[in-house]
Design a protein around this ligand. Structure first.
Ligand code: AOF
Ligand code: ZN
Length: 341
């Protein structure tokens, strides 16, 4: 039995490389290394987004020939299909790779089973090195592929007493600039920001991804407005700073499938309370991001309204996976406890 830990340093590097690729878009972040028989690194590669070479092919392209006994270390099971590119399993076989070590299985219907193609061709295949780390890095894409709908992040800013607006409906600047900065960075790393028509009317938000100096990130998520109300074209969300669609439906499954078809794999639901509550009530969320300010507002503008729960015993259970201080505010990331929805 090979000791899997000998491949961990290479896999750690492959995960680092994967993170250099875009987190948004229809394709996963993938990193790959080619090692010689003594496990020295011969080449590195990563995937730079849809339509560009896969990580394995990117790494192979840096070598004129692959020495005998070489190993490919990849964060995701090599693909088995011809999509916009590929299949990588065949490319690895053709290059004469002796062993493939990968971290996570590919849940895609068309692309999966590369491991079988490789082992059928006599390539040694090792699976599961740093699988948890790779699953954490790839959680958005992997979840979207498994559920065949976009990964849904719910986000709201709230006061210490769970209010997201004052009684005059004003809700701007609950949190400070440190929290706003990380929200904008997050926006720049995903596919779509979704809000209800009420938020667009009351807040007139830009919903763009902006750097601290006010300039825009290169990648702007699609702005998605859900609801049937007629909206003035003068609202900021309709400016030219980023693309926008209004989906005139209240059926969230319909919304999600329309977004899926457009290649949206990660959607950030940014408000208001009503639409966030609908997503929660329908079990349509994968994580919750809360930016909590040390303020008290009282009143009735709570961050989450009715989600169809009347008894403590039925409360939805989440677990905290990240807690951080951001300036004077607190950031909390929580995910639903498996089997509780
Ligand atoms: C990537 N990058 O490095 C690997 C992927 O449409 P295509 O041809 O780019 O294929 C995309 C699929 O290929 C993707 O859904 C995943 O299943 C598989 N592996 N994809 O974008 C990579 N190795
Ligand atoms: Zn591939």
């Amino acid at each position: 039995m090979t000791n899997l830990s000998v491949y961990e340093p290479a896999m750690r590097r492959a995960l680092e490389l994967a993170a250099l690729g875009p987190a948004y878009g229809v394709n996963p972040q993938v990193g790959a290394l080619i090692l010689d028989k003594d496990l020295n690194v011969l080449a590195e590669g990563f995937h730079k987004g849809s339509g560009t070479p896969h990580a394995e092919v990117d790494a192979l392209s840096k070598l004129t020939s692959v020495p005998e006994g070489s190993t490919a270390v990849v964060t995701l099971e090599p693909c088995n299909h011809t999509g916009r590119t590929g299949p990588c399993a065949q490319a690895l076989i053709a290059a004469g790779i002796s062993r493939v070590v990968y971290a996570t299985k590919d849940p895609g219907n068309d692309s999966a089973n590369g491991a079988k193609t490789l082992s059928d061709a006599g390539v040694e295949v090792i699976f599961g090195v740093l699988e948890n780390e790779a699953k954490e890095q790839g959680r958005v894409w992997l979840t979207a592929m498994e559920k065949q709908r976009p990964f849904i992040t719910l986000k709201w800013a709230q006061t210490l007493d769970g209010r997201s607006a004052a009684s005059d409906k004003s809700s701007k600047w609950i949190t400070g600039s440190a929290a706003r900065e990380v929200v904008h960075l997050r926006r720049s790393q995903l596919d779509a920001i979704l809000v209800g028509t009420g938020t667009v009317k009351y807040d007139n938000p830009d919903l763009t991804a902006r750097k601290p100096d006010g300039s825009r990130y290169e990648h702007q998520p699609l702005r998605v407005v859900v609801g049937k109300s007629e909206l003035s074209p003068d609202l900021r969300v309709f400016n030219d700073d980023a693309p926008t669609v209004q989906l005139k439906t209240h059926d969230l499954n319909d919304v999600l499938s329309q977004l899926w078809v457009r290649g949206i794999r990660h959607v950030l639901v940014e408000g208001g309370a009503e639409i966030a509550s609908e997503f929660i009530q329908q079990g349509l969320f994968d994580e919750v991001l809360i930016y909590q300010a040390p303020l008290l507002l009282g009143g009735s503008n709570v961050a989450v309204t009715d989600i169809g729960i009347s008894s403590m015993a039925d409360a939805l259970k989440l677990e905290f996976v990240e807690i951080k201080q951001l300036g004077a505010d607190l950031f909390i990331r929580a995910i639903p406890v498996e089997g509780e929805k």
